[in-house]
Write a protein that binds this ligand. Structure first.
Ligand SMILES: CC(C)(COP(=O)(O)OP(=O)(O)OC[C@H]1O[C@@H](n2cnc3c(N)ncnc32)[C@H](O)[C@@H]1OP(=O)(O)O)[C@@H](O)C(=O)NCCC(=O)NCCS
Length: 147
């Protein structure tokens, strides 16, 4: 792992580098504007974006955590491709779970795409399990549901 990794809250100066990390990790989707997602999370008062930085200030990893008033949710879990497999993803999940625990949240949840066996293996190694549910959604502006 990179030396002297610090996990902290995202600052304004980190935004463009964090968006680039998400692009590098193929986490963005055409219907999710990452800058708008960041702005929404920061203004909500019930979410946080945590980033891992190295001594040079590079953004190595991220996690967006949210508290919906009942459960905690993880989004934008990303580790820079050059740092993957070094334990940083595990540390980001632990940091997100710590944020939840401090808010009294008892259950951490996340959504992955069916068939993403690689990411599923990562979460299973951290104690997460699959709960059979049907995820239902609707865009409030009435546009057709995205895949
Ligand atoms: C998924 C991702 C966050 C994992 O981060 P990482 O830094 O590579 O993972 P870590 O090195 O922290 O691995 C933590 C543990 O998970 C295990 N693990 C990782 N991938 C695994 C897999 N496919 N199957 C089984 N175990 C796996 C590791 O062996 C390690 O176990 P250990 O603690 O016993 O040694 C990272 O690969 C990534 O950013 N991928 C691209 C973006 C993405 O898909 N994000 C998830 C969106 S839901």
């Amino acid at each position: 792992m990179a030396d002297h990794v610090t996990i902290r809250k995202l600052a304004d100066a980190d935004i463009e580098k964090t968006v680039q990390l998400w692009l590098d990790c193929d986490l963005t989707r055409p219907w999710n504007d990452p800058r708008a997602d960041i702005a929404q999370a920061l203004k909500s008062g019930c979410a946080e974006i945590l980033v891992a930085t190295d001594k040079a200030g590079r953004i190595l990893a991220s996690v967006m955590v949210g508290d919906d008033g009942h459960r905690g949710w993880l989004y934008y879990v990303a580790v820079s491709p050059s740092q993957q497999g070094t334990g940083l993803g595990k540390r980001m999940i632990a940091a997100g779970e710590q944020w939840m625990a401090e808010r009294g949240i008892q259950k951490s949840q996340l959504i992955i795409r069916a068939g993403n066996a690689k990411v599923r293996g990562f979460y299973e190694s951290l104690g997460y399990g699959v709960q059979e549910r049907v995820l239902m959604a609707r865009w409030l502006d009435g546009r057709p549901l995205t895949p």
